[in-house]
Design a protein. Structure first.
Lengths: 603, 235, 182
């Protein structure tokens, strides 16, 4: 390692206090400075923070935005989510690769540009989209892809690609992004006017335990999708003895097809920061962390400025709004490309400067979370709800929505519909209404995203969005009747295989085996028993996996099977005696035929 | 120390508060199959072989602490099938050539497969490409056989006061890695506990293989778990 | 006297160790001879099926096109097929090549490896030499297999117990001490 390089790396470590728990920030900074975290840099980092190289390597190799091998000065990450596929990903990818003269995953020989793909970047409403370093480009076409490459070749400056900015705060000088909000329906919780500080003052009129009671009365449940009662989580953390507690905002919106937090972070930042502060007051915490997914890095300077603004206004910092003894500060922890970090214990691991492996439970985070201290992790939308509940009262909030699921839900609707975008709707709305709102036609199936991710067909169109029926973290993806459901399932399996942390066997190995089975059926060599095998394997993975990823990943497969019913869409044939249909002798001998130079006598 | 009582397959078991179900079962002479869990190492909870049903929900017995009055199911056809599936998966995930492996007869993965009566894994073999690190004079790492149980990672830290091993990558590409360019560049000693705790033939001491004749090896006659609950694993 | 059950055996890509193990049932071989009639088998050196068989015992995996052809004929001519030994069940030692492209394997074996004398610099191409498959396939990935007897080779007792059970119409069980992968 060159002296200068070592010096810069050491400086970066120093900037983060040579703190082992800030290894994420250090690795991200080194990656941005050098285009990789080399083994030499790992040695240097390990020395500075007092750990071993293999520990740093363990972290670097876990996150897809970090790399051991050098990447180009500019990295184009083309979003390969299923919605992007439906909107022309393949053609754009081919155009860009051809223009660059490389294939997907490669870097141009001059080391300037890397082209790679990446799972959902939260832009399904404006797909196909890509990240160019941290700059978002949307509505790509093959021609625009080629032009983008030509432009980059000239200036290598992603920011110059933004020639037209989006609406709302996307125009803000610290954002300046071409992203559009696409807010199609404004509800009373998130998109009503919000005056900073007022909800906080309301909270201060109450004792911390009464704030929790207020939240309890509102029946607020986690908006990430699992729907755990927020007040219960807070109560558990508040009642766990400890000198320090943490409030973490989960802004790692990685569920494919979800982009509502992107809009909330852009348009409701004050409401979110205030919600975190109220949470801090309620559970007795003085530190908040926003875990911001790497894909939303373009929002970071803006969010940072909002935090600083609130510090100046006395909404953050020491003795907030004159309340003696209540101090609260917020820092942003950037992620580095790992879907699993949306799982709260994995998110905590990541904040601690570790691989994003979920932790064993019990203990649960409110008992023992970040740095082994009581920690609450809440979704962006949940924390925004908190501010509104304090402003308008629990009763008002509870009067919206369905019986057991109060309030509104911000949905991200995309796919085969005319009006993709963000909809704030009362809970209890039916899927049929959503289809009408988004102007979708010839609907074949819907994917309701979230930890209870499921694919539903025509029969369930009267299903309600709520925790008793169709629970969702916010993603609604619409597929028209012409789409092949098993192919959709296979696409999602590919995603989960890439994003599995690999800790537990059922998820690590099972998903690959399930994908192979699905692929076998799609390729026409399946037999009826394979459908049962798919069902059994799916149930095994769901029942035996350690965390929510594996417990939900096979759901699209089960959904597809359910929609099929007994008819398997002509994919599956009864087996004939003799060779198995999946064994193809002509394919099996082709390598030898080519190398040896003669044809098999049996083919 | 407060005592807790719960049942495993209908048998009442006494346990200490805070104890894992696995430890409590061991003490009561009830064998719950397990693979990654090892004596006093902090449970890794990764293999999921020790999954049991606790009040109807599947939990890893190594991680889940005892609950007063809980109804734990251990030997049910469903759980037995699930455990067997895991062993199948571990066999097809790597390249396990028992016929020339020094660990054969002592291997816990193999022993569980024997106990479960697995003749052939129910899944297709993946035949991955894996490396072997022979650089160290006394120990080698064969990634073909590694099942990512994490025993060596933890034993190196907590028992050897080193940090020789860690995991890199994620998902199906997750691998064991050593702290250096090769095993020889680490401070691993042949006497390290990290080597001893390997349940399979992934970490092997050189030049001591096949010492025990076939027939006298650990799992040749008695199934794994027979020391905890004799006579249950035989067919 | 009742007609004897017809049995066929074959060693595909294996080492004949499983067949040796079958002979290792010692004096029980006499009893076996009373129960069964060997059809196509290396034991009597019949190269073709004489008639339909009740049981086919397959040793070895499928490494080449001939293996596939033979296995297919076993499936067609036998009511019950048993995969015997690790090569048939897992691909065995041969499958160590399964993560290396065939071209690399052939080049290494016939062109590059130290000590190779091959002045024509060609991969052998005699029509008598069957073409290798891109990888080694366990038998059950090529045809349906009904029973599996693991071991390298399987214990003689395991072979005996399974055969006797099948011949007497019972479900075969391999005792713990005979259930081995080595």
């Amino acid at each position: 390692m060159k002296q200068g390089t070592a010096h810069i790396t050491a400086n970066i470590c120093n900037k983060f206090g040579n703190d082992r728990t800030r290894l994420m920030d250090i690795a991200i900074a080194v990656q941005e400075r050098f285009g990789c975290v080399s083994h030499e840099a790992m040695e240097e980092i390990a020395r500075a923070v007092g750990t071993q190289r293999v520990e740093v390597e363990s972290l670097v190799t876990f996150y897809s935005f970090l790399s051991v091998k050098p990447q180009g000065k500019v990295v184009i990450r083309l979003c390969s989510d299923i919605v992007d596929w439906m909107k022309g990903y393949s053609e754009v990818a081919e155009a860009m690769a051809r223009e660059l003269g490389i294939t997907m995953g490669e870097t141009t020989p001059d080391g300037a540009i890397t082209l790679t793909d990446t799972p959902c970047i939260g832009m399904s409403d404006q797909a196909p989209a890509a990240l160019v370093n941290s700059v978002v480009v949307t509505h790509l076409t093959p021609e625009r892809g080629r032009q983008l490459v030509r432009d980059l070749r000239r200036h290598l400056d992603p920011q110059q690609l933004v020639t037209m900015v989006g609406n709302g705060n996307n125009e803000h000088p610290l954002v300046r992004s071409m992203v559009r909000n696409n807010i199609r329906m404004r509800g009373p919780v998130h998109f009503a006017p919000f005056e900073p500080g007022k909800a906080l003052l309301k909270a201060f009129e109450l004792a911390p335990s009464d704030v929790i009671s207020e939240i309890k009365e509102s029946k607020l449940r986690g908006r990430g999708g699992a729907g755990f009662p927020t007040a219960l989580k807070w109560e558990l953390a508040a009642n766990t003895p400890g000198e320090k507690r943490y409030v973490i905002c989960n802004a790692d919106e990685g569920e494919p097809g979800t982009f509502k937090d992107r809009v909330l972070l852009t348009e409701c930042a004050e409401q979110l920061l205030e919600g975190m502060t109220i949470a801090g007051y309620a559970v007795g915490s003085d530190t908040g962390i926003i875990y911001l997914r790497a894909e939303y890095r373009y929002l970071m300077p803006y969010l940072q400025s909002k935090i600083e603004g609130r510090l100046k206004q006395g909404f953050l910092g020491r003795g907030i709004l004159g309340k003696k003894g209540f101090n609260f500060d917020i820092r942003i922890q950037l992620g580095a490309g790992a879907y699993i970090c949306g799982e709260e214990t994995a998110l905590i691991s990541s904040c601690e400067g570790l691989r994003g492996d979920p932790k064993n439970r019990p203990p649960f985070p409110p008992q023992e979370g970040y740095l082994k201290r009581p920690t609450i992790v809440n979704n962006v939308e949940t924390l925004c709800c908190v501010s509104r509940i304090l402003l308008e009262g629990a009763k008002w909030f509870a009067s919206i929505g369905s019986a057991n699921t109060t309030g509104t839900k911000v949905l991200s609707i995309s796919g085969d519909c005319r009006k993709p975008g963000v909809y704030e709707v009362p809970f209890g709305i039916t899927t049929r209404e959503l289809i009408e709102l988004s102007e979708a036609e010839n609907v074949g199936s819907l994917l309701i995203g979230g930890p209870c991710r499921q694919m539903i067909g025509q029969v369930r169109l009267d299903g309600q969005i709520c925790y008793d029926d169709l629970a969702t973290g916010g993603a609604i993806i619409i597929f028209n009747g012409a789409r092949n459901k098993l192919e959709i399932a296979e696409h999602y399996l590919d995603f989960f295989i890439d994003e599995s942390c690999g800790h537990c066997t059922p998820c690590r190995v099972g998903l690959t085996l399930l994908k192979n089975l699905v692929h076998k059926v799609i390729s026409g060599t399946g037999e009826p028993a394979d459908l049962d095998r798919m069902r059994d394997l799916s149930n095994f993975i769901i029942n035996m996996s350690r965390c929510g990823l594996g417990q939900a990943a096979p759901n699209p497969v089960l959904g597809a099977l359910e929609i099929f019913g007994d008819a398997s869409g002509g994919f599956v044939a009864e087996r004939k005696p003799g060779l198995l249909p999946e064994f193809d002798l002509s394919k099996a001998v082709i390598d030898a035929e080519l190398r040896v130079g003669r044809q098999s006598k049996y083919v | 120390m407060s005592r807790i009582s719960f049942t495993i397959d209908g048998v009442t078991v006494q346990a200490i508060k805070g104890q894992s179900i696995l430890k409590a079962a061991d003490a009561a002479g009830i064998y719950i199959p397990r693979l990654c869990a090892y004596r006093d190492l902090v449970p890794h909870g990764s293999c999921r072989v020790c999954s049991v049903k606790v009040n109807g929900r599947i939990q890893a017995a190594c991680v889940q602490t005892v609950i007063e009055g809980a109804v734990v199911e251990n030997n049910t056809p469903e759980l037995e099938e699930y455990r067997s599936n895991i062993i199948d998966m571990l066999f097809v995930e790597g390249n396990h050539f028992c016929m020339f492996c020094e660990k054969s007869g002592f291997c816990e993965l193999q022993a569980l497969a024997y106990r479960f009566g697995i003749a052939v894994p129910k899944y297709q073999f993946l035949y991955p490409k894996r490396e072997i690190d022979m650089s160290h004079p006394h120990v080698y790492v064969d990634h073909n056989r590694c099942i990512l149980c994490g025993r060596c990672v933890q034993a190196s830290q907590s028992m050897d006061s080193k940090n020789v091993f860690q995991f890199i990558g994620r998902g199906i590409r997750k691998r064991l890695q050593v702290n250096g360019d090769s095993l020889a560049k680490t401070d691993l000693k042949v006497t390290d506990e990290a080597v001893s705790v390997c349940p399979v033939g992934a970490l092997v001491r050189k030049r001591v293989g096949y010492e025990t004749p076939v027939g006298l090896r650990r799992y040749d006659e008695a199934p794994i778990g027979d020391d905890i609950e004799p006579g249950k694993g035989d067919r | 006297m009742q007609a004897k059950t017809r049995i066929a055996t074959v060693s595909l890509s294996g080492c004949f160790g499983c067949h040796m193990s079958l002979l290792d049932i010692d004096d029980r071989i006499l009893k076996l001879a009373e129960l069964v009639e060997f059809d196509r088998s290396p034991i009597n050196d019949f190269k073709d099926f004489q008639s339909r068989c009740a049981v086919g015992i397959v040793e070895g995996g499928c490494c080449n096109e001939d293996n596939v052809e033979v296995l297919e004929s076993f499936r067609k001519n036998c009511d019950v097929l048993i995969s015997v030994g690790e090569c048939a069940i897992t691909g065995g030692i041969n499958s160590m090549r399964n993560n290396i492209p065939l071209k690399e394997c052939l080049d290494e074996a016939y062109l590059k490896s130290p000590g190779v004398y091959n002045p024509l610099n060609k991969i052998p191409n005699d029509p008598e030499i069957p073409l290798l498959l891109n990888r080694v396939y366990p038998c059950h990935e090529v045809v349906k297999i009904d029973y599996f007897i693991p071991g390298c080779p399987p214990q003689a007792d395991a072979l005996w117990d399974v055969l006797v059970a099948l011949l007497s119409g019972k479900a075969p069980v391999i005792a713990y001490k005979n259930h081995k992968y080595d």
